[in-house]
Design a protein around this ligand. Structure first.
Ligand SMILES: Cc1cc2nc3c(=O)[nH]c(=O)nc-3n(C[C@H](O)[C@H](O)[C@H](O)COP(=O)(O)OP(=O)(O)OC[C@H]3O[C@@H](n4cnc5c(N)ncnc54)[C@H](O)[C@@H]3O)c2cc1C
Ligand SMILES: NC(=O)c1ccc[n+]([C@@H]2O[C@H](COP(=O)([O-])OP(=O)(O)OC[C@H]3O[C@@H](n4cnc5c(N)ncnc54)[C@H](O)[C@@H]3O)[C@@H](O)[C@H]2O)c1
Length: 469
């Protein structure tokens, strides 16, 4: 049995907790997977490193509309893949080496671990660890739906698909969420024939309904989107390809593909941690229950010295949320008498597909319910990129900004953007919501550069008919 001042399970956002204040204390970092966690190794970072070259591959199609003829000669899958993972693997190895070898006070356990009591853990090779403080930052993993043939070697998740040896000709993506949307774009821009089977339509249906509908329409022009379609079986063909049995609105069909990507959501890793053995509370979806200070709960009350952060406990499976919660925990570990709460009021997200999407705050449906419940009026504006000068330059036909605000006060309730650089255009709206700037003051109290694309945000704000306008 080895005792530590602090034990951290998970080297993703959990790794950032080891600040210089811990130099004189004994710290354990435990990770049974690849050092650095999901975002670095199999998540945000490599996916976006594929999205960027995919955007370049899509340029000739876009340029032709504007009178510039270009041709795409070749996409070097292996070169792109190796460039990405040479960089990422080195960062992961460097981070691991730093923790394992260069910090005297830190012990790295490359093992899976499970709880045996509130403050005691056991690794999968039988080592016992106790700690005054334990941080559970163990993340989530892909769900594999119960479909016959799901374990065929041609079936991948986001954990493995980015390292495949060659770009397949034909890909079936099961799911219609974030991962499906991003990989659908990457693989189709690279030249693969992509079919997407979404169990219930439209794509990205957790987002605002206008975004989901208009994204589905745009995506359907680029790849084969089958809504309300179940994949009922996967069978290996004699030539090594896979036959998928599909059941959809048109009845039953079969589809032969070279690779299947499963993107049907992710589950928190609480089961493999055996948090039930410590008696910690869990939500029905398996997430570890924590309070606003990120303290793990047991029978509804915080457990002294046990904390949770990121995908394992969060409502949002997003890296910037995991990082924010890690900053909360970093402070609270060191300041037990002055705890800080995490701020989950205005959590933005972006889908790096084509078109790109960014959202913050309520959907229209949520804003309607919210304003109705509070007896206040809702103001709504939809502004097309194509209505601004920069949109004319782009000959844009798909991009738009949708804003939702409280009519009387002009307080923004939600913002949804689809189109070129949506993830950047949304930032001033996140800022306004976070700092309580009303729509009218935001629109008219500052200069907006002409004729930048930001004018679409300015015009959307001006179109909101609020009490302050
Ligand atoms: C394909 C993909 C793309 C994404 N893109 C984005 C994006 O663009 N933007 C964004 O904000 N988010 C994105 N995300 C989500 C983001 O990656 C996660 O929200 C974030 O990485 C979660 O961080 P974490 O620290 O909670 O967990 P992780 O980074 O997953 O770290 C958990 C660690 O715990 C280890 N572990 C788990 N169980 C045990 C155990 N029992 N014992 C020991 N170790 C254990 C795991 O090996 C892992 O290394 C993406 C996710 C995926 C899959
Ligand atoms: N850009 C980003 O921020 C980004 C990118 C990728 C992933 N992520 C995070 O990772 C999480 C997981 O991504 P995801 O795309 O796997 O999940 P998701 O929750 O976004 O989408 C899952 C999809 O799978 C469908 N589905 C579920 N079970 C199914 C089944 N049996 N058959 C067919 N379809 C089924 C759902 O209806 C849904 O459309 C996301 O929630 C997101 O938070 C974020």
């Amino acid at each position: 049995m080895t005792h530590f001042d602090l034990a951290i399970i998970g080297s993703g956002s959990g790794n950032s907790l080891i600040t210089p204040e811990w130099d004189s204390k004994k710290v354990a970092v435990i990770d049974g997977g690849t050092f650095g966690g999901t975002c670095l190794n199999v998540g945000c970072i490599p996916t976006k490193m594929f999205v960027y070259p995919a955007q370049l591959a899509a340029v000739p199609g876009e340029a032709a509309r504007l009178g510039v003829d270009q041709t795409l000669d070749k996409v070097h899958w292996q070169g792109i893949r190796d460039r990405i993972f040479t960089r990422i693997d080195a960062i992961s190895a460097g981070g691991r080496r730093y923790r394992a070898e260069e910090l005297d006070n830190v012990t790295l356990y490359d093992r899976h671990v499970r709880f045996i009591s509130e403050h005691a853990l056991e690794t999968d090779d039988g080592q016992r660890i106790t700690a005054d403080q334990i941080v559970v930052a163990a993340g989530s993993r892909p769900v594999l739906p119960d479909i016959p043939g799901i374990n065929l070697p041609q079936v991948h998740t986001s954990d493995t698909v980015m390292r495949i040896p060659d770009l397949p000709d034909r890909i079936l993506i099961i799911g219609g969420g974030y991962i499906a949307a991003e990989f659908g774009f990457v693989f189709s821009a690279f030249g693969a024939q992509v079919t997407m089977a979404a169990r219930s339509g439209p794509l990205l249906r957790a987002l605002d309904a206008t975004v989901a509908e208009r994204f589905t329409e745009a995506a359907s022009k680029e790849w084969d989107v089958r809504l309300d379609t179940q994949v009922t079986a996967l069978t290996e063909n004699p030539d090594g390809s896979v036959r998928a049995d599909l059941a959809g609105p048109q009845g039953k069909a079969t589809l032969d593909v070279d690779l299947v990507l499963v993107a049907t959501g992710r589950v928190p890793n609480t089961d493999r941690l055996d948090v039930a053995a410590a008696g910690f509370d869990q939500w029905p979806d398996g997430r570890l229950a924590v309070d606003e200070f990120q303290r793990v709960l047991k029978n509804g009350a915080p457990v002294a010295g046990v904390w949770g952060l990121g995908d394992v406990s969060s409502d949002f499976q997003l890296k910037h949320v995991a990082n924010h919660e890690a900053r909360t925990v970093a402070h609270n570990l060191l300041h037990p008498g002055a705890l800080r709460a995490s701020d989950h009021r205005f959590v933005p997200s972006a889908v790096f597909s084509s078109p790109q999407i960014a959202s913050v705050g309520m959907t229209e449906e949520e804003a309607c319910a919210d304003t109705e419940a509070r007896g206040v009026e809702l103001a709504l504006a939809v502004q097309e990129y194509g209505s601004t000068a920069y949109g004319w330059a782009m000959e844009d036909t798909t991009g738009f900004v949708k804003l939702l605000a409280e009519k009387e006060s002009g307080r923004l309730l939600g913002a949804h953007i689809m189109g070129h650089e949506a993830s950047m255009l949304i930032q001033p709206l996140i800022q306004a919501m976070s700092f309580g700037l009303d729509a009218h003051t935001m629109a008219s109290g500052q200069y907006w550069i002409h004729p930048a694309l930001t004018e679409v945000v300015e015009n959307a704000l001006l179109s909101l008919k609020t009490g302050k306008a």
